[in-house]
Design a protein around this ligand. Structure first.
Ligand code: KIV
Length: 267
């Protein structure tokens, strides 16, 4: 397919990909230049993640990222996209109540151009309120980086049966609340597989094994240009690539062909 002439993907296209068993490729993006490249390669979703606090701003965590930062970067990404679906993160403390969440989500959509917003945790009341306002929502369960000061580390979540059951129950409640997509971060592959089967919405994994409906990686990790150590679940796609475009293409093809992640990148 010539992606430069393709029409923008919609929420329905993503749902249809799950229905027909086509894997969904997703990468983080934070600026116009990478947005153009990622879009050109044919990646399905660009996630303007609050990981930009670490990859772009140089912080140790995502906590310092503000809604103003997120709107700015979402706008940069949107300015160059032609086909990819754009999801933007609601950053730390941008959704303490449903109304504040809706106001901030509106900024990401109206000013930034996001088609969907993502928020961390089992916030079902906030999700149903947003959905009621016409705001598409992506949930995020498993490892929640905005909770790092409560968690103490970035360890795999849901290893104990009781924790796995909670993540499964939360995932089902998020779907019932109206979430149209779910990101599962750093959970055992077996749990992610069960959740992907149980849910009718697409489940996008990062450190969640091969059986998810799609995969997401942090751009700087897969290009091996991050300032911090690359997580085990990520892969250096630059290692055998002649260019950044070739590395992104290799990742896209590996996801589409279910060649990434391997057991080495899973828990
Ligand atoms: O902020 C981000 O990049 C994310 C991914 C790790 C899923 O939320």
């Amino acid at each position: 397919m010539n992606h430069s002439t393709a029409k923008p993907l919609s929420i329905n296209d993503l749902a249809n990909m799950k229905q027909r068993g086509e894997k969904i490729s997703c990468l983080t993006a934070y600026d116009a230049s990478f947005s153009a490249l990622i879009d050109h390669v044919g990646i399905d979703i660009m996630l303007v993640g609050d990981s930009l606090g670490m990859t772009v701003q140089g912080h140790d965590t995502t906590l310092p990222v503000t809604i103003t930062d997120m709107v700015y970067h979402t706008r940069c990404v949107n300015s160059a996209r032609k086909r990819a679906f754009i999801i933007a993160d609601l950053p730390f403390m941008a959704y303490p109540t449903a109304v504040i969440a809706a106001e901030n989500a509106a900024k990401l959509m109206q000013v930034g151009g996001a088609q969907m917003v993502k928020l961390e945790g089992a916030k079902t009341d906030i999700i149903s309120f947003l959905v009621g306002q016409g705001i598409p929502v992506c949930g995020h369960l498993g490892l929640l980086p905005q909770h790092i000061n409560q968690l103490g580390n970035y360890a795999v979540q849901g290893k104990k049966p009781i924790d796995a059951e909670k993540i499964m129950a939360d995932a089902q409640q998020l779907e019932q609340a109206g979430a149209a997509l779910l990101v599962l971060e750093c959970v055992p592959a077996k749990l992610a597989k069960e959740i992907s089967i149980q849910l009718s919405i697409p489940v996008i994994g990062i450190g969640a094994g091969i059986a998810c409906d799609g995969q997401v990686l942090v751009l700087h990790d897969m290009l091996n240009i991050g300032t911090s150590k690359r997580p085990r679940f990520s892969k250096d796609f630059m290692q055998y690539a002649e260019s950044i475009e070739a590395a992104i293409r290799a990742y896209h093809q590996a996801v589409k062909q279910s060649l990434f992640p391997t057991i080495d990148h899973s828990f």
